[in-house]
Design a protein around this ligand. Structure first.
Ligand code: SF4
Length: 344
């Protein structure tokens, strides 16, 4: 492949089409790391709000490490995949414990931190320090699969290694940060999963800067790539929540418990729960309730929240009595927030 031509085409396209995003104007590894973690499984527009919130509340690793985990989870609320927030916090603490502030600079050190895989370590070292590491996100896998007309799925570690070798053949060792950003952006904006332009119906390849180099385009296979293995079946779960409400001295109180198990929403708080096997429990007659379906990456949740107004809160093991107005001090799942909005 003619790399000089590839870089020339790619960087010209980048100059015309790149989105202005705050984490692109910085070499601050801490901020780049934050943006990378936030943007995993999140659309850029939504991630942007969270990035602004996090960087204004926690401007550096020290302030994040010194925070309370609940505050971090609260700030993360609504973004889902809470293990990312817990790892973010753990990671900041590990950096401080090891005396690596403001942020480690070696790829191996960065890769050894909680929640940082090959992709994030590559992105940080390339964007912040301009070191020659590839940053392979889903968009880059797609572009690479199409450029090389490669029909190997990239679900296993071994498959990923193959793609890693392919991207190493393309990586611009003089400008790794620029190369990674440009190829990621090409995948995000131009070489998208569906190649038909939604406005004009034209196939995007016809206006692609890499068209003459792209084997997938030349062989007519681009739209079929990358190949993915079928997703495992979602596991169904049935969650029966009770929101107890009792009034005392003009204030409403409720019961919540923290999820400590190694399971979804670890360390978040929730209302008393009964999980059932094959279906939700029948609703209690005359009690206001809301039924919600919620899809996570590997699970489909069916949940009912019942609002039980009582004279006194029951003594339930492991729960904490809190004033309803203080509930926003606790990290709650998005599902719980939706139920609260609908029921209270
Ligand atoms: S020619 Fe088409 S498939 Fe190939 S990189 Fe460009 S947009 Fe993607």
């Amino acid at each position: 492949m003619n790399l000089t031509y590839l870089y020339d085409q790619l960087y010209r396209w980048w100059e015309c089409h790149r989105r202005e995003l705050p984490w692109r104007d910085t070499r601050d590894a801490y901020r780049i790391w934050l943006s990378e973690i936030i943007l995993q499984q999140t659309r850029v527009q939504q991630g942007l709000d969270y990035y602004m919130r996090f960087t204004s509340r926690f401007p550096d690793v020290d302030s994040l490490a010194a925070a309370d985990e609940q505050e971090v989870l609260r700030l993360w609320q609504g973004l889902g995949y809470y293990s990312r927030a817990r790892n973010l916090y753990k990671c900041a603490q590990t950096i401080v414990e090891r005396g690596w502030q403001p942020f480690p600079t070696r790829y191996e050190d960065i890769r050894s931190l909680p929640g940082i895989g090959d992709y994030t370590a590559g992105a940080i070292t390339a964007f912040a320090y301009d070191q020659p590491y590839p940053a392979m996100d889903g968009n880059v896998y797609r572009v690479v699969a199409r450029l090389f007309d490669c029909d190997i799925p990239f679900d296993t570690t071994q498959d990923k290694r193959h793609f890693h070798e392919l991207i190493l053949r393309l990586l611009d060792h003089e400008h790794p940060g620029l190369f990674n950003a440009a190829i990621m952006e090409l995948g995000a904006l131009h070489c998208t999963p569906s190649l038909a332009d939604p406005e004009t119906g034209d196939v995007r390849c016809t206006s692609c800067p890499l068209q003459t180099l792209c084997l997938g385009y030349q062989h007519g296979t681009a739209e079929l790539l990358p190949v993915r293995k079928p997703r495992p079946k979602l596991r169904d779960r049935y969650l029966n929540y009770t929101i107890y409400l009792a009034e005392q001295d003009g204030q409403r109180y409720t019961l919540i418990r923290q999820r400590t198990e190694r399971d979804i929403w670890q360390h978040l708080w929730e209302f008393p729960l009964v999980e059932t096997q094959n279906a939700l429990l029948p609703p209690t007659p005359g009690v206001p309730s809301v039924e919600l379906k919620h899809i996570l990456s590997h699970q489909r949740l069916y949940a009912r929240f019942e609002k039980q107004t009582v004279r006194e809160l029951p003594a339930l093991e492991g729960t904490r009595r809190v004033a309803l107005r203080d509930l926003d001090e606790y990290g709650l799942s998005r599902l719980t927030l939706i139920a609260l909005e609908r029921l209270l």
